[in-house]
Design a protein around this ligand. Structure first.
Ligand code: NAI
Ligand code: MG
Length: 497
């Protein structure tokens, strides 16, 4: 099979799409020469086929990453130079940002403006971690007069990274940034629904100056390549973003293989709380953005909205109007806010939840149907008359579907907000700073937004309480997922035992 194909996007015209596996700074076919089809969610048509990595390819990629880990990447390239390679990589991505955005829209279906936002965040994230490369410092620790103690933060080794399809490039950046800045090597598997943008990005790895084997990118399926990564005996750490169910499987695989380190960024069912004293216009915009951003395919989506009784009716009426104004359609139309869901499977899952909500007695205030007749489009949907035990209030829907409930007191809404196995994010809308701080303190969530939503930054740690995951990505904290602390103790004087 040729390792590229000529494709077109409405934005860039023709471009060369790599389709192979990127291992050891080279494009290769899989050992078994398997391929799989990539589907355009807007048209439901096949875009192209790409190589599928199997267990054998994972072994080859891990061997390349192991060799790179013990070579110049560890022993001659300085941390400063490592940082330069990352910033050069960011420069190359910046120079190709329109192409990367277009391919992201083509394969994932997200609107071109959201894709552009993602790509800029990718570049910022990689640049940010480039800056950290020579700033991961140990300590000297004073204990006694006979011994000199210090700590080093050494790279963990070969890291397996498994990412989802909702932010194909951004999840890649969150994972490779801290791993490479701290001197690890990487085998990253993209999601089978959206392999294309990462393959375009891989074109720039060699030119940025990464030595062969430092950053390997493979396409493949979870049960095959993903399982091979999480159970591999020569991978030192696995990082995963995706469903809670698969997170558990990965943790089990890590435990029963070589106890590789595990970080997990999983699902959510995040409460978005609006008090009587909130700026109601602004709150409606943030609630709208909180759920419908990225078509609701967002781990931190504000999918449970709680509105205080004094403004509930007014809020629901205005929110219904706002949701219907979101432009749904072709991702390449500059005016589009919401494109299609990523796949037939996700479309069916979401429509299943909508049916379930109706059966359980909730009311559809807006939407609830397919949009158009081609592509995996779903109308922005609002449920009212919901109770906390309903499936649509407990389970992650991962689509443009939100449930709105009424609350009386601050105490009640904290209890309602925390009534979830998840704990990824939450938001509070109020004009009272003390309410904002009290409620933020009491919500069990890794991120709390006050008077906003979905405002993420590469510099701010992100991750979950409870079943939303283990560990934090982004910011300085993410660096320590990718380092092992070594304590060195040097005897200077004193008795010999
Ligand atoms: P998934 O968890 O199956 O897929 C995510 C990644 O895990 C993909 O790269 C996949 O190939 C890989 N994977 C799947 N099974 C694996 C296994 N046994 N071992 C190792 N890797 C494996 O998610 P899926 O099926 O695409 O979506 C299902 C639901 O998961 C969504 O409806 C949503 O609720 C949730 N989800 C959450 C995400 C988040 O950002 N936290 C992202 C994607 C999905
Ligand atoms: Mg696709």
């Amino acid at each position: 099979m040729p390792l590229t194909v000529q494709l077109k996007t409405p934005l860039t015209g023709e471009y060369t799409q790599p389709t192979g596996l990127f291992i050891n700074n080279e494009w290769v076919e899989g050992v078994d020469k398997k391929t799989f089809e990539v589907v355009n969610p807007t048209t439901e048509e096949v875009i192209c086929s790409v190589s599928e990595a199997t267990e054998k390819d994972v072994d080859i990629a891990v061997a390349a990453a192991r060799k790179a880990f013990t070579g110049p990447w560890r022993h001659t390239i300085t941390p400063l130079e490592r940082g330069h390679i990352l910033t050069k990589f960011a420069d190359l991505l910046q120079a190709n940002s329109e192409l990367l955005s277009a391919v992201e829209s083509l394969d994932n279906g997200k609107s071109i403006n959201m894709a552009r936002g993602d790509v800029q965040s990718v570049i910022n994230c990689i640049r940010y971690y480039g800056g950290w490369a020579d700033k991961v410092e140990g300590k000297t620790i004073p204990i006694n007069h006979e011994t000199f103690h210090y700590t080093r933060h050494e790279p963990v080794g070969v890291c397996g990274q498994i990412i989802p399809w909702n932010f194909p490039l951004l999840m890649l950046a969150w994972k490779i940034g801290p791993a490479l800045a701290t001197g690890n090597t990487v085998v990253l598997k993209t999601a089978e629904q959206t392999p294309l943008s990462a393959l375009v990005l891989a074109k720039f790895i060699k030119d940025a100056g990464f030595p062969p084997g430092v950053l390997n990118i493979i396409s493949g399926f979870g049960k095959v390549a993903g399982a091979a990564i999480s159970s591999h005996m020569d991978i030192d750490k696995v990082a995963f973003t995706g469903s809670t169910a698969v997170g558990r499987t990965i943790m089990k695989a890590a435990a029963s293989s070589n106890l590789k380190k595990v970080t997990l960024e999983l699902g959510g069912k995040s409460p978005n709380i609006v008090f009587n004293d909130a700026d109601i216009e602004a709150a409606i915009s943030w609630v709208n953005f909180g759920i419908y951003y990225n078509h609701g395919q967002c781990c931190c989506a504000g999918s449970r909205v709680y509105v205080q009784e004094g403004i509930y009716d007014k809020f629901v009426e205005a929110f219904k109007k706002r949701a219907q104004e979101n432009k749904v359609g072709d991702p390449f139309d500059e005016q589009t806010f919401q494109g299609p869901q990523v796949s037939q499977l996700q479309y069916d899952r979401i429509m299943g939840y909508i049916e379930e909500g109706k059966k359980e007695g909730a009311t559809i205030a807006v939407g609830g149907e397919r949009h158009g007749n081609k592509g995996y489009f779903i109308q922005p949907t609002i449920f009212t008359n919901v109770t906390s035990k309903m499936k649509i209030m407990q389970e992650e829907i991962f689509g443009p579907v939100v449930a709105v409930a009424k609350f009386k007191t601050e105490e009640d809404v904290i209890q309602m907000g925390n009534d979830s196995a998840y704990g990824l994010a939450a938001a509070v809308h109020t004009s009272n700073i003390t309410t904002a701080i009290r409620v933020s303190n009491d919500l069990r969530a890794g991120t709390v937004w006050v008077n906003s939503y979905n405002m993420l930054s590469h510099a701010l740690p992100f991750g979950g309480f409870g079943e939303s995951g283990i560990g934090r990505e982004l910011g300085e904290e993410a660096l320590y997922n990718y380092t092992e602390t070594k304590s060195v103790s040097i005897r200077l004087a004193g008795p010999i035992y």
